[in-house]
Design a protein around this ligand. Sequence first.
Ligand SMILES: [Zn+2]
Length: 201
Amino acid sequence: MIFFGTGSANLDSVKTRNIICQHCNNQDTIYINIYRKHAHVFWIPMFPLGKSGSSYCTHCKETLSPKQMPEALKMQYKNIKGEAKGPIWQFSGLLVLALLIGFAIYSGGKDKENTQLYLSAPAVGDIYEYKADNGSYSTMKLEKVTSDSLYLSLNDYEISKKSRLYKIDKDENYSEITYGYSKNEISQMQKEGIIFDINRD
Ligand SMILES: [Zn+2]
């Protein structure tokens, strides 16, 4: 399947002035067409590639590429091409990409914000994702909160990839035993990156 390619948009069709068609000798019958190419991926235009064009005579239908144009015609072609503006939709892909990146940055920031919020106002049931000494990852579940301490039960399982933590975050994996940490200890662990994310349903 071809998913990358080029397309083009017609920008302008402008009538030339004082040009005599070298083929049929009529005057003011030649128009210049300008188009701009763009690269597309999955038929979404990504970005423009450059302008090009041709001339055609409305009387004899002769079309000329820029290379074939006589000097006077070529001059007009260059001016018209220079002034032709391409449509913004040829940037659609780049605009979509910029939006996606913006959204990723926004949601990443939101996630960090939430972690700070959950840390300062802990709630029973919060899941703390942490890095174990051996380099694996696991989770702890907040079971009890007092004025200065948090009591967490440890997950019986560890996993080697952060992104797979959701696989072991199951109720039956948390042990009955809870461990108490002072709030200061927990916030220190978060600062050091040992606790790297807190999730709340
Ligand atoms: Zn002609």
